[in-house]
Design a protein around this ligand. Structure first.
Ligand SMILES: [Zn+2]
Ligand SMILES: [Zn+2]
Length: 1007
């Protein structure tokens, strides 16, 4: 093991002046000399710090044992192609397994070979590196035509007369199989194993240098960076096409440099950051100059005869090129990635006015450049791109990526005092929400609903709540709520609060100690939540223990979204009862992604017209009530299908005990052809009662003659709008219309390992809707092996067929463990004057004799329900034990009665019009209303719905009642910028003068 040589620790920038590059950079900025000195002092003092140093040294060991020549030779040049797939249609040439990023490679022991994880076959069959070395030009750059082609043969079949002699032989541009299909084995290796190994090595070396001050690590990193700077100006991802490389259609639009434009931004971060961190360590490295200048001479490269020349080479041919790549779109990722890449590189360059100009560009309306029709400069991201709750404009982890990038940028700029044109924390109050969004995205504090392309299906039960992120927030804001949340997520253990960067602090424990003091110990209880533009509402039990949660999705304009508005999910009994498909096998226009994974057909929602619904059309919450034992939400999303009148779902979660809840689901739709309600449980085995089904001999739900995956009603590709029925196989159908109630009961195969001994979680569905056809069929979640998904899930399709349909689907979902707790569910007779599809009344009879009567009305309606219940309003629950009323709940209603027992309200809701708005105070957004509200706490915590033409949801939690209206607190009423190209043009709002508002009353009774 190497000893950490600590040299020159206390040198300051001034001392280093003599060695500084001609272009202006004087010293390391991300980890300064003072920070390295602090680290070494902490390592001497604290065990955890010493352990950190030891693991950094261990990780870097294989890199420093390589010679400079070996490191230098790792870098490949433009003409050796890169690819992220070997063959997207075929997968493994031997076993046909779909492999996206799953090939196994071992660059240290088996260079230039890939192994199939399924069948173990290894490709290519030639020794590529022998050929590679013969193909290097005078600069050491790969030129395919220079190589000795006699070296290209299948090593298992060395005889030239052998028909297999040239099969599975890759010269860098792909190998052919028996059927003349091309597989990009070497290109895949070059991207995933060669280049990514180098990119992983750079931060490892930088960290080892930062924690030891040993110049050897800096030296090794500099050898890599110097060589990358030789090849980088020519790197052009799509330019490989001009060299005769078959570029996959899925790569179009992904220009890029070394790799595609999205991931290129990450590579930029690694390279620039490493350069900055190791900079102090190379300033007196004569051996480095000797090696690089010798290489330069031998390979006819530019001047590298001094450290200044070397740094200029890296800065001009690497860092400046990365900055230019961001501006040209060669490095261009999802929102936040460009910004990070640019800021990291500009600060690493640390070149006075040049750096300032680049950082200013982040705030320019033209950012990131001409290649983007819609721009996303920081002011746009922080005013409009992040929604009012701090979530980014994409689904799941993609959206979290926006917030995480903004947090990083705020930290980076705060730590670079030379740049004082902007203070992100002070200028953009919405950034604060970025620290709270993770916890608000979760159900029962344990799992994030997988909305859109995110996570695995069944196995994706993961908590993304990092105490460290909240500590970083506390560092920027000193907000005690962040301290409290951090303390809870850290399970009150200070070690879990430690930041990566604490080791570089003079007192590395100070921050954690402060948080432990500031954190307020509080009884933790879950909240029902809804997130505006992101469109995720969660109804959940107050206690996370044995917690149950129901979520519904109604997002607006989100990236990586599925066609799945009003999709629902249930977490109960430690299992995801209605699993989302999650991340597809492949992104891009991959057929199964377009026809299944991101298509309406694979979701728990309603399909109309036998077509895909609109992606991310947005929805409006009409009612949101939390009155345990019942919690309910009603959402409309008419934009889901063009030309329809109603697309609206009311879901309620009702507790029956501390461990069990059921869900009432009422889906209403008007307009369009063929209404098909889709559900799938957690497994592929079902027990059906009350329904007789006939097995379809062959084919798919699309018909006997349509094979699995066969696009029978539209062409494959981005524009596929058809039914997706060809992805449902093993079809069973009712041969005639179904008029009676029936149940379907799903198993859970437990592949995710979440089912504890002695438990058997299941989902039973009680269907109460007359249908023209009921069918069961099986669909495939992506990547069963990798994501712990079962290979198939069983789908229930309830179809009401015909033109211009009107439907009210009524369903009760019963997630249970081992034994069902509902004995019967039935639709109740109900009399009223409204549209017959606008009122639902259901009796849920529990095993213990309790009977719940639930009433859901689309609009306020006066109804009489069989059994003597009278109701006037939108939503009501009566719970009877032995025929006696125990509990009553009503929302947006004036009357609920059963015999003599009743609850009444003078008015169903407070209603009126918005008279003024104010978003001037970041913590007190005000809406003035034209009708008086009761002062005090009565309405605080309740919801106010604003009715307007804004396409996304405009429901808010009332944070305070003011003399003339309400305050939404720090959740902004601002929607975004009036004009994205002119920041002086003012703002657009989610709430506007003249909007109608409704604050429903919620009244209850317990006996
Ligand atoms: Zn295979
Ligand atoms: Zn989905």
């Amino acid at each position: 093991m190497m000893k950490a040589a600590v040299v020159g620790l206390m040198m300051t920038c001034l001392v280093l002046l003599a060695g500084g590059s001609v272009s202006g950079k004087q010293c390391s900025r991300f980890v300064t000399a003072q920070m390295r000195a602090n680290a070494v002092a902490n390592i001497a003092k604290f065990e955890w710090a010493a352990a950190r140093q030891n693991s950094a040294i261990a990780a870097a060991e294989r890199w420093v044992t390589m010679s400079d020549d070996e490191l230098w030779a790792l870098i490949t040049s433009q003409e050796l192609p890169r690819d992220r797939y070997t063959n997207i249609d075929i997968g493994c040439p031997n076993c046909g397994t779909q492999l996206s990023y799953d090939w196994i490679g071992d660059p240290w022991n088996k260079p230039w070979k890939l192994k199939c994880p399924k069948c173990g076959e290894v490709y290519p069959k030639n020794d590529f590196y022998v050929f590679y070395k013969t193909a290097l030009d005078e600069h050491g750059f790969f030129r395919r035509e220079l190589g000795d082609r006699t070296l290209l043969f299948n090593a298992d079949h060395p005889d030239p007369k052998d028909p297999l002699h040239k099969l599975y032989v890759d010269d860098g541009y792909g190998m052919m199989d028996e059927k003349e299909n091309e597989h990009h084995i070497i290109a895949y290796y070059n991207e995933w194993l060669q280049w990514r190994t180098v990119f992983n090595g750079l931060p490892i070396l930088a960290q080892a240098y930062a924690l030891t001050g040993d110049n050897l690590y800096a030296h090794k990193a500099a050898v890599l960076l110097d060589r990358i700077a030789d090849v980088y100006p020519d790197m052009d991802f799509l330019g490989m096409k001009d060299l005769g490389f078959t570029v996959e259609p899925s790569h179009r639009g992904y220009e890029g440099g070394i790799i595609n434009r999205i991931w290129e931004t990450n590579m930029g971060n690694y390279m620039a950051r490493t350069y900055d961190i190791i900079y102090d360590g190379i300033l007196n490295d004569e051996a480095l100059v000797a090696f690089c200048s010798q290489q330069a001479e031998h390979y006819k490269l530019g001047p590298k005869s001094s450290i200044e020349a070397l740094c200029t080479h890296i800065e001009d041919n690497l860092l400046m090129k990365i900055l230019e790549a961001v501006k040209s779109g060669k490095a261009h990722g999802n929102t936040g990635m460009d910004h990070r890449c640019l800021a990291t590189t500009a600060i690493a360059l640390d070149r006075g006015e040049v750096t300032k100009e680049w950082l200013d560009w982040l705030f320019d309306p033209g950012f990131p450049g001409e290649h983007m029709r819609v721009k996303n400069p920081l002011p746009w991201v922080l005013v409009e791109g992040l929604d009012r709750d701090g979530m980014g404009g994409e689904c799941g982890n993609y959206g979290r990526g926006w917030t995480n990038s903004m947090i990083l940028l705020a930290e980076m700029l705060a730590a670079y005092p030379e740049y004082n044109s902007h203070d992100m924390v002070a200028e953009y109050p919405k950034l604060r929400q970025a620290f709270f969004i993770d916890s608000r995205l979760h159900c029962i504090d344990a799992a994030m609903p997988r909305i859109g392309d995110t996570g695995g299906a069944i196995g994706g039960w993961i908590r993304y709540c990092d105490p460290v992120k909240l500590v970083r927030g506390y560092k920027l804001y000193k907000d005690p709520r962040m301290a409290t949340l951090a303390w809870r997520y850290a399970e009150e253990r200070p070690a879990k609060l430690r930041l990566e960067s604490d080791i570089f602090e003079r007192d590395p424990d100070a921050l954690a100690e402060e948080i432990a003091t500031v954190a307020k110990p509080e009884e933790f209880s879950l909240k029902c939540e809804h997130l505006g533009r992101y469109g995720q509402a969660v109804l959940q039990t107050e206690s996370p223990e044995n917690g149950r949660a129901l979520w519904i999705h109604y997002g607006y304009g989100k990236g990586h979204s599925h066609a799945d508005s009003l999709n629902i999910g249930i977490f109960a009994h430690n299992v995801d009862m209605l699993p989302e498909m999650g991340y597809p096998e492949y992104t891009g226009p991959w057929p199964k992604r377009m026809g299944w994974t991101s298509h309406t057909i694979s979701h728990n929602t309603l399909m109309i017209n036998d077509t895909k619904s609109v992606r991310s059309p947005g929805g409006k919450i009409n009612l949101f009530t939390v009155q345990p034992p019942v919690r309910a939400i009603d959402i409309s999303s008419e934009g889901s299908y063009k030309g329809i009148d109603t697309y609206r779902r009311t879901v309620a979660m009702v507790d029956v005990s501390d461990t069990n809840s059921y869900v009432l689901d009422v889906f209403r739709a008007r307009g369009g052809k063929n209404h098909r309600l889709l559900y799938h449980g957690p497994g592929n085995e079902t027990v059906v009662t009350g329904l007789s089904l006939t097995q379809q001999a062959r084919g798919t739900f699309a018909g006997q003659d349509v094979k699995f995956g066969e696009f029978y009603d539209g062409a494959k590709g981005w524009n596929y709008q058809g039914s997706g029925f060809m992805y449902l196989s093993e079809v069973q159908r009712s041969e005639s219309p179904v008029r009676n109630a029936f149940t379907v009961d799903w198993n859970d195969e437990g592949k995710h390992g979440r089912i504890k001994e002695g438990h058997a979680p299941r989902l039973r569905l009680h269907a109460l809707t007359p249908c023209d056809e009921v069918a069961l069929a099986s669909g495939q979640p992506p990547k069963p092996e990798r994501e712990c998904n079962p290979p198939w899930l069983r789908y229930l399709i309830q179809s009401r067929l015909g033109e211009n349909m009107e439907s009210q689907f009524i369903t009760v979902l019963e997630p249970y463990d081992t034994t069902p707790f509902i004995s019967r569910v039935r639709a109740l007779q109900v009399t009223h004057d409204a549209d017959r599809n606008s009122v639902a009344a259901v009796a849920v009879e529990l095993a213990d004799g309790t009977v719940d009567i639930l009433i859901s009305c689309e609009e306020r309606t006066r109804v009489e329900v069989e059994g003597g219940v009278k109701f006037d309003g939108r939503f009501g629950l009566v719970r009877l034990t032995d025929g006696e009323v125990r509990t009553m709940r009503m929302s947006d209603a004036t009357l609920l009665s059963h015999g003599e027992i009743k609850v009444e309200a003078e008015q169903p809701a407070y209603e009126g019009t918005v008279t003024a708005i104010s978003a001037d105070a970041p913590t007190d957004h005000r809406v003035s209303l034209d009708s008086p509200l009761p002062q005090g706490e009565e309405l605080v915590g309740g919801r106010i719905h604003f009715h307007n033409a804004v396409p996304l949801d405009t429901t808010y939690e009332i944070k305070a009642v003011t003399p003339d209206g309400i305050s939404t607190g720090e959740i902004t009423i601002m929607w975004g910028l009036e004009d994205c190209t002119d920041f002086t043009a003012g703002y657009k709002y989610l709430v506007n003068v003249g909007d109608r508002f409704v604050i429903p009353n919620h009244v209850g009774l317990d006996r």
